[in-house]
Structure formats: C-alpha cells, structure tokens
Design a protein. Structure first.
Length: 366
C-alpha cells in the first residue's frame, strides 16, 4: 500500500507467535495478496493483528485478536485530542485570601527604560539652566526643542512620573460595553481565542487582535488594583499536558495533586475520561472479558467516548478476543524494528526481494 501524499510505502510482516520467527514479509497490504500468503498455512487458527481493514477481512474462519497496545493507544490519543480542543494550554487556579494588603506607592520600585531615563535627565538639565537665569528661548535653541516644551519641563514637579507616557486619556474602546462579559469568559477559559469564538458565535462584531489587546489591558488594570490593596490573589498555572498525564497515570508533576480537585470541578468531563480509560485498560490487561464487554456496550453522553467505541463495534469479535486471550502483537512490533535495522544496514540499496530473503534468513538462523 502506497500513500502518495506522505510518500510512505506500507507492507505486511507475518510472524509465528509460537516461535517469534518471521515467516514472510509482503510489500503490500492488499487483502487478496495477504489472503494468498496466509492460505499456504492450513494449520492457521489464530491471528493477532492491528485493526486495519486489510487484515480484518482475511481468513475469517480464524480467531482474530486485536492488539491491546493499539487499542489503549487509540483511546489515549482520542481523549488527548478532545482535551486539547476543550481545555486551554494553561489552567489558572486562583486562590483568594481573606486579607487586604496595602502597598505604598513609594515602596514600589519601577524600572524605567533607557528613553525614559534620558527624558528625566533632560528635564533636570533644563531646570538647572532655567535656575541660572537663562530664557526659555535660549534653552530651546541650545537643546533643539520647542520653547513650549521647555516651559512645560521647567514647571514639572514629578520628574520620574512625567517621563512615563500616560495612556489613561485615550478614547474608550468599542469593547467596553462587553467588558463584564469578556472578563467573565476569560476568567473561565483563560484563552483569548476561546473568548473570541464565543463572542463571534453571538454575532458580536469584533476582531481577534482588538480583543486580545483589550484583554491584556483588563489584566493590567486588575494587576494595578491588586497592587493598590483591593484584593490579594494567588494564581497557579497548571499545564494542560500535566493534566493529560494525570488522566492516563503517566509520569506527572506531583504538584498537580494539590489542585486536581478544583480542575476536575471546573472540567467535570475529565473525571469521566479518567474513569473510562482506567477501566478500559484494566479490563484489557487483566483479561476481564465480561466487564470489558459491559464497558463498551454501555451508553455514554460524551461524544468523544461514543466516537471511539463506534469503530470498535465494527470489529467487535477481535476487540472482545483482546480481552479474552493472552496473545499480543508485541512480537510482531519487535520484528518491525528488526526489519528497519536491516534496511538501515543495507543503506536502502537492496530490492524488496533481497530484503525479504535477508530478513527471513536472519530470523530463522539467528
């Protein structure tokens, strides 16, 4: 089988599960060619395979067993994809403390840019020149600036404050009428693109760039309010990838366990995904056939789980056999790695027939 877009050429490897030896390799996944190759083995009674259509339709008189590893991997990929579509990359967990803080503006150290420092220096120099008795016109000529600017600098009382550009007198944004709604949506999603999608769905006329800029202004203003002592909040950012690892019980940061109850409360579907994945994996590995059948035959309100189960039912016998037999596709997967190593050793210069002979020879006599 050749996929022209990806330029991949797929084949088939046939392995004896009893001995672990490679019997044959085919340069195709065509069902007729595979059936022809399998018909040479009249004592064949069990086939362990992945769930591709090419293998599903061959030797139907045999017991087909779907590979457990691929079943679990397909489920984890489906759940991961769904989580990524519904949960932002970072989840902000806000801890409000019942204490009011008061910060004196004198205690707040502000870091100025190089241009702001230059402006402060210029103001001080103009003030010194004016104190010496020089006129505004002569100072303006000396420094190459407008005399009205000189007059303004001379009358400045807060040198540092005057060097910072004040944006508070700008015109109101057309998004101000939606400020409460935007603030609420962003606090729930922590994702500007998700807020944009929701507002556009309500036929509100806006652009993504304007919304993103407006949200950044809201966040900055909230930060100013916190610094002035209105509210003290502790915000912890939890990575979505850590949540996914927790769902599948992979290696994750232990700190997530502190906030996981709040995360599950915000996104209740995560509870369902974790429960379904744990049971699906447990019943498969422990060969608990009855519980496994009940699990995949149950009705679920979640579309992600239903979409995953639907294709399983088209190959139901092989899927159920995966939870009934201890046979797995692990030996075959290992053989694929051996074939790839042989291909690398041959530097890709050999024909398919030579590769086939070399693989079978090394498998039988190694």
């Amino acid at each position: 089988m050749i996929l022209p877009l990806k330029k991949h050429h797929y084949g088939t490897v046939i392995v004896n599960l009893d001995t672990g030896k490679i019997i044959d390799i085919l340069d195709t996944r065509d069902p007729d060619e595979i059936q022809k190759a399998l018909s040479e083995y009249p004592n064949l009674h069990t086939i362990s395979r992945d769930r591709g259509y090419s293998y599903k339709v061959v030797s139907k008189e045999c017991d087909h067993i779907a590979d457990r590893f691929h079943l679990i991997m397909n489920l984890s990929e489906a759940i991961s994809k769904e989580i990524k579509s519904k949960i932002p990359m970072y989840i902000n967990i806000t801890k409000e403390r019942n204490e009011i803080i008061s910060i004196d503006s004198k205690d707040v150290k502000i870091e100025y840019t190089d241009k702001q420092k230059e402006k402060q220096k210029l103001i001080l120099e103009i003030k010194k020149e004016s104190a010496k008795g020089k006129s505004d016109r002569s100072i303006a000529k000396e420094y190459g600036i407008d005399r009205r600017t000189v007059a303004k600098y001379i009358n400045v009382t807060d040198v540092e404050g005057s060097s910072v550009y004040n944006t508070s007198n700008r015109n109101y944004s057309y998004l101000d009428s939606y400020k409460d709604e935007i603030t609420k949506l962003y606090s729930l999603n922590q994702n500007a693109s998700e807020v944009y999608r929701i507002l556009k769905g309500r036929e509100i006329s806006l652009t993504y760039s304007n919304l993103k800029h407006y949200i950044s202004k809201i966040k900055d203003s909230d930060m100013i309010k916190e610094n002035n002592g209105i509210k003290c909040q502790g915000i912890e950012k939890i990575s979505r990838s850590q949540v996914i690892k927790y769902i599948f019980n992979w290696k994750y940061n232990e700190e997530i366990t502190i906030y996981i109850d709040e995360i599950l409360e915000i996104y209740p579907l995560l509870k369902l995904y974790k429960m379904f994945y744990q049971r699906f994996r447990e019943y498969l590995i422990n060969l608990n056939t009855l519980c496994f059948v009940n699990l995949i035959n149950s009705k679920y309100e979640d579309s992600c789980i239903n979409k995953f189960i639907a294709p399983l039912k088209t190959d139901l016998e092989a899927v159920i056999n995966a939870a009934s037999y201890g046979i797995s596709n692990g030996i075959t997967e290992g053989s694929v790695n051996k074939i790839k190593q042989i291909k690398r050793d041959m530097y890709g210069r050999a024909s398919y027939e030579l590769l086939r002979k070399k693989v079978i020879y090394q498998s039988l006599f190694s």
